[in-house]
Design a binder for this molecule. Structure first.
Ligand code: PLP
Length: 409
């Protein structure tokens, strides 16, 4: 290795550096990650964790996947970045593959989820002004949604805790207060250019949309000539046991956003659109320096190919069902466990006020899970997780709930 050797900090020093030099935007759990393999990740002192969070739905292929490592090695030696002023071999290929698996027609590449949402919002506004449409500018989004943290994406993230410090946000966004047909009916008007939703709300607590609501969403969008935008950033790319979350419903969106697992942890976001929106952006309307670079696109092509070759969508469906069933069984013994919901390997278990305690105790036993929305244990493990690893988690969950109960007896 030809890199310059730098003395690396240990845990105490890392924390000290970050406390002193970083904007304090994160409440980190004190694990100091070093490397990983499959569904296991190790800290810098060699402790091993079974990872059921996958870097927040990013590491779908697990850690250290040989085909991903090879792409980084090969492409890293050739061309990492070239800019969107020139062509390279992988962006068109990736656009073709993504449009094929999604049924869309066009792609634009960004660097993150929030940027993919920004592009989708711009497409919505451009659509609302295109053709005979005269200034349809209103964007609808759902209560409890999460679409990102840049000002545009934040404007459609209908959670006060994220929005309040940064008001005023982008105008002409309206929140649909409930996921009911009646609420949709109330919100729609001729001014609406788009409705944005997550087919399975992730950060908001793992709430799959209801089929009737999704059908109504499609119908209202058609009736009012508005776009249906599916944020598949967390639930897309095999996570729910299908390529896309929307496929669980008999409904097709006009625009899809992707990021997270798309390039195996290398930053890449995408917005895909059907023929309705294929021409609404013209040269100069949108762009990015980094988005869709050769390394990112080649990685994404490899991710999709690995998902296909290793049958990871089927694995997600099978082991997701197995995990949900296992958690529900445990819930028969421990009343702490409430509703267990989700699709495939995107699972939320209601644990009420015990969620944080369960998370901490699992961590103590070498299991990384996640708590979202304060009360929900969220499991979004690598899609390469095995049945034995699922059993390992279920045994630990059972033990932890037992420990909590006996500590209160
Ligand atoms: C559904 C959804 N949309 C958008 C985002 C924002 O993505 P990013 O953090 O890459 O900007 C997230 C991130 O958690 C997400 O879960």
């Amino acid at each position: 290795m030809k890199t310059k050797k730098t003395a690396l900090p240990g845990p105490k020093e890392i924390k000290k550096l970050e406390d002193k030099y970083l904007f304090q935007t994160y409440k980190r759990t004190e694990i100091y990650l070093s490397h990983g393999n499959g569904a296991y990740v190790y800290d810098i002192e060699g402790r091993m964790y079974l990872d059921l969070l996958a870097g927040i739905s990013v590491n779908s292929l697990g850690y250290n996947h040989p085909r991903i490592v090879d792409v980084i090695d090969e492409q890293g030696k050739k061309l990492i970045h070239g800019s969107n002023l020139f062509y390279h071999q992988y962006q068109g290929l990736l656009a073709k593959k993504l449009t094929e698996i999604s049924g869309m027609s066009r792609a634009f590449f960004a660097n993150s989820g929030t940027e993919a949402m920004e592009a989708a919002m711009k497409i919505a506004r451009a659509y609302g002004k295109s053709g005979k449409r005269k200034g349809k500018t209103k964007i609808l989004s759902l209560k409890n949604s999460f679409h990102g943290r840049t000002l545009g994406a934040l404007s459609i993230t209908a959670q006060e805790k994220y929005q309040a410090p940064f008001l005023p946000l982008v105008p002409d966004v309206e929140i649909v207060e409930e996921t009911t047909v009646a609420a949709l009916k109330k919100a729609f008007s001729d001014d609406v250019c788009a409705l944005v939703l997550e087919p399975v709300q992730g950060e908001g607590g793992v709430f799959p949309m209801k089929a009737a609501f999704m059908r109504a969403a499609r119908e209202f969008c058609d009736r009012y000539d508005a776009l249906l935008i599916a944020d598949e950033i967390q639930c897309g790319l095999g996570r729910t046991g299908k390529w896309f979350g929307f496929e669980h419903f008999d409904v097709r969106p006009d625009v899809i956003t992707l990021a997270k697992s798309l390039a195996a942890g290398y930053p890449l976001g995408a917005v895909l659109g059907n023929m309705k929106v294929a021409k609404v952006l013209t040269p100069g309307d949108h762009g990015t320096t980094f988005g869709g670079g050769p390394l990112a696109c080649r990685l994404a092509l490899e991710v999709i190919s690995v998902i296909e070759d290793e049958g990871l969508i089927a694995n997600s469906k099978k082991l997701g069902g197995y995990l949900m069933k296992g958690i529900r069984e445990i819930g028969k013994k421990y009343a702490t466990v409430g509703e267990v919901r989700g699709f495939g390997l995107m699972i939320g278990a209601e644990l009420g006020s015990d969620a944080k305690e369960v998370f901490n105790r699992l961590l103590g036993k070498g299991i990384i899970a996640n708590v979202t929305h304060d009360t929900v244990l969220r499991l979004i493990p690598p899609l390469v997780i095995t049945k034995n690893q699922c059993d390992e988690f279920l045994e630990m969950l059972y033990a932890v709930l037992g420990n909590i109960e006996s500590s209160r007896a």
